[in-house]
Design a protein around this ligand. Structure first.
Ligand code: MRU
Length: 352
């Protein structure tokens, strides 16, 4: 029997991920048994999408502790993998805070006494308890991500219902992949679409290619598996479709939302938001609260990942490859979180 199609799952003392670098050509799974495995999976984008990066990092902490590595080194290694998706830092901070509450007195995170001598049996059993705690916390982060995204689906459905009441089919445009592949389950931007489909609403999705890594193909693959009508387009076709009145709303995910609502998402998102404003198409962002960086005042302070020129293929010319752009809050009709939809400039309403 085929293994379950989950982005991430536990398997004994390891974690199994769906290798997204091989989709949509083949479904292949990779076993992560060490901190290095987890860090590599995030860096090379075998796992991708802000919420899934966060969950993988949390499990990476558990794997690193299992290897007896110091917590500070584990966290530094994982934090250095990708800079923009704040769920990575959020998950690492949550793991750190849970684990620091349970550090045996006088013992370093690697099981040695502060002065370098082996720890006694009591301390070692406390360290084993700490590893259990790390697995428990990572599991909780994964479970809560799935729950948050299901709630985003329910809240986002309320945005689509009035459109569905007025016409035969709701036309949604999205960008990149913010479906279940980008999360532990359900997706963010695609969660309302899955909820609408489950509720019997006719919905059609415009899926943009998302150069240079083509995450749009992942979205098309997800929607095809779910039997949801969709059409694949080149990124540059989005403006024309909006001008022609073929788009009722745009819903995208997010990698980091600043406190003022400015939103970093996959490169090309900003152009869609500009076109949407020009043609009166509402533009929504769907993301869990873990994607909101309340310490970041505005979009200018969001670090933008610069990726390798190799992602364009073999070009003998200078290349710039910023992986994300920032959509100003003023272009965003609403941010759909697990606690409901809020205006982009009122994120304080969902602050934990
Ligand atoms: O570089 P990626 O594929 O990790 O980036 C993912 C995105 O930018 C998605 O658009 C998404 O909205 C964020 S994850 C739900």
């Amino acid at each position: 029997m085929d293994p379950p199609l989950q982005t991430i799952r536990e398997d004994g003392a390891a974690v199994v991920i769906l290798d997204q670098t091989r989709l949509p050509r083949e479904t292949a799974f990779v076993r992560l048994g060490t901190l290095a495995d987890a860090a590599r999976a995030i860096r090379v984008m075998q796992v991708r999408g802000a919420p899934l990066i966060g969950a993988t990092a949390a499990y990476g902490v558990a794997l690193g502790l299992q290897e007896g590595l110091p917590l500070a080194r584990i966290i530094a290694t994982l934090a250095a993998t990708r800079p923009t998706a704040v769920n990575l830092r959020w998950a690492l901070e949550r793991m750190r805070s849970a684990l620091e509450k349970c550090r045996p007195a006088g013992v370093q995170p690697n099981g040695l006494r502060e002065e370098g001598l082996p720890a006694g049996a009591g301390a070692l059993s406390a360290l084993a308890g700490r590893q259990d705690l790390a697995w428990d916390e990572a599991r909780a982060i994964a479970r809560e991500d799935a729950e948050a995204n299901a709630a985003i689906g329910r809240h986002g459905l309320e945005i689509l219902k009035p459109v569905a009441a007025m016409k035969d089919r709701v036309e949604v445009m999205t960008h990149c992949n913010a479906g279940w592949l980008a999360t532990v389950a359900h997706g963010t931007a695609l969660a309302p679409i899955y909820a609408a489909h489950a509720a019997g609403l006719a919905v059609h999705v415009w899926v943009s290619e998302t150069r240079p890594r083509n995450q749009g193909q992942l979205t098309a693959w997800e929607l095809a598996r779910a039997g949801i009508a969709h059409t694949f387009i080149a990124d540059n076709a989005a403006g024309l479709l909006m001008m022609q009145g073929q788009v009722d709303c745009v819903i995208v995910g997010a990698d980091r939302i600043a406190a003022n609502g400015d939103t970093a998402n996959k490169i090309g998102t900003y152009l869609k938001a500009l076109a949407a404003r020009a043609h009166g198409v509402p533009f929504y962002v769907a993301a869990p609260v873990s994607t909101i960086d309340f310490t970041c005042p505005d979009g200018m302070h969001i670090p933008i990942e610069e990726r390798s020129a190799a992602e364009f293929g073999a070009l003998h010319t200078p290349v710039a490859n910023p992986a994300f752009d920032v959509t100003p809050a003023v272009l965003i009709a609403g941010i759909v979180t697990e606690h409901g939809s809020v205006p982009a400039d009122q994120l304080a309403r969902v602050k934990p």
